[in-house]
Design a protein around this ligand. Structure first.
Ligand SMILES: CC(C)(COP(=O)(O)OP(=O)(O)OC[C@H]1O[C@@H](n2cnc3c(N)ncnc32)[C@H](O)[C@@H]1OP(=O)(O)O)[C@@H](O)C(=O)NCCC(=O)NCCS
Length: 172
């Protein structure tokens, strides 16, 4: 259980882990899964294989605890087609082979810029790629836009609260 006050900016006890799933310690991947589950945006049973099949994982680790996560996912073909179709996207899904997702910050650390700090490091490795992301969270949309994503198409999903965000690294 983390007892650090909400919003604290952690310093020298923090480090980033950015690597492929096979190179990341099982204990960190378990903590990542727990955090993604806690974030409530993805079902645990879908996140588990998604993490293992990812291209790249990004973690912020504070005192041996994962406090923020992000992931470059290899989306299933059918899922990607469905997302673009439901969002009525006017760009082809074939241009976007990877998805930025599983972005979470531990509730005790939310608002401390951990998501943005982790994405800054992560983007050093992925900024050349075309990517998509989906979100229903205004804070997430705000952060993605800071990194050059833009929203395309219509809101979709059961509650019409999901948005498709695109990033064109290869064309930039
Ligand atoms: C969304 C989430 C990842 C953000 O993580 P975080 O570490 O708290 O984010 P940061 O502190 O780096 O940045 C938050 C930014 O959002 C902004 N923000 C907060 N609430 C906002 C809102 N309602 N609308 C728009 N922007 C908002 C903040 O002002 C800040 O931006 P700024 O630095 O330009 O001022 C985190 O809240 C989370 O894990 N949520 C649950 C899981 C989730 O929904 N993940 C997204 C899946 S798509």
């Amino acid at each position: 259980m983390l007892t650090t006050p909400k919003g604290i900016i952690v310093g020298r006890d923090t480090h980033f882990v950015i690597d492929t799933p096979g190179n990341i310690a099982a204990v960190y991947k378990r903590q990542m899964l727990d955090l993604v589950d806690l974030g409530g945006q993805v079902k645990r049973e879908r996140a588990e294989p998604g993490i293992e099949n990812a291209q790249l994982i990004g973690l912020t680790v504070y005192q041996a605890r994962v406090i923020a996560t992000c992931c470059l996912k290899n989306p299933l073909y059918d899922y990607k087609q469905q997302v673009f179709k439901k969002a009525q996207a006017t760009r082809s899904p074939d241009l976007y082979n990877v998805e930025l997702g599983y972005i979470t910050t531990h509730p005790d650390f939310e608002g401390g810029k951990h998501c943005q700090q982790l994405l800054k490091e992560f983007f050093l490795k992925i900024s050349h790629l075309n990517m998509f992301a989906t979100t229903r969270k205004p804070a997430m949309k705000h952060i993605l836009e800071k990194y050059g994503f833009y929203q395309l198409g219509a809101r979709y999903g059961d509650q019409f609260d999901l948005e498709l965000m695109l990033y064109e690294g290869a064309f930039g």
